[in-house]
Design a protein. Sequence first.
Length: 252
Amino acid sequence: MAATDDRWVTTLKAAAAEPASTLFCFPYAGGSPETFRNWCDGIADDVELVCVILPGRGRRLKEPRYERWQPLVDDVFEALSPRLERRHAFYGHSFGGRLAYELSHRAAAAYPGMTRRLFVSGCRSPDSPQARPFMHEMTESDFRGAVEGMGGTPAELFEKERLLRLLLPTVRSEIRLAEIWDHRHADGVDVPITALYSLNDPIDSWQTMRGWKRFTRRHCELVEIPGGHFFVDSHPEHVTRVVNTRLGNSNG
């Protein structure tokens, strides 16, 4: 895949200072770059803020969605590889946290020393069992109700039937991947981990995230953030402050 192929990424904020590093951000199931666009004012000037765009949303709305983990990880890693030769970090929330962890394995092995940190938020550790019943197995009406009840999808979207029919299959397929995900590796990543959680998160709180310390050969910390499951949307200033300090920046 050519380095100029930008289907996979959108740069939300260019780094204005050196030495620069890139923060690759992965949204929750069905999420968009808008979550991370809200971080632009808070992210330090020497961090390039990039959101990874998966099929089934935005400009890639009509592209086939992924049904298995390995092809997804392979394709995203190939797309990002030209950008991984320089210093970078990964941030993923919920489903995105799982994908960020998988990519950290690949990136740390292929580009030693370039992955500065893995940030996972609202995302159970690989050995923490997924809550049942599975959302992705629900009937259409029950699934809609569950998604609306989670709170991450704008309420007005549920009043736009045509758009909802286009987007919900992506949400369901990514929730399915999140729910069937488990420990796929013999050992943890060779990257420090910062795991962000909320005590008020009804999906993945401290109880299901505390196991992350077993999945890195480096340091792991758990950091509490106010808000519910979607604190990446509701409390960006708290999240960017953590990101800045862990990447070695003092502002924010």
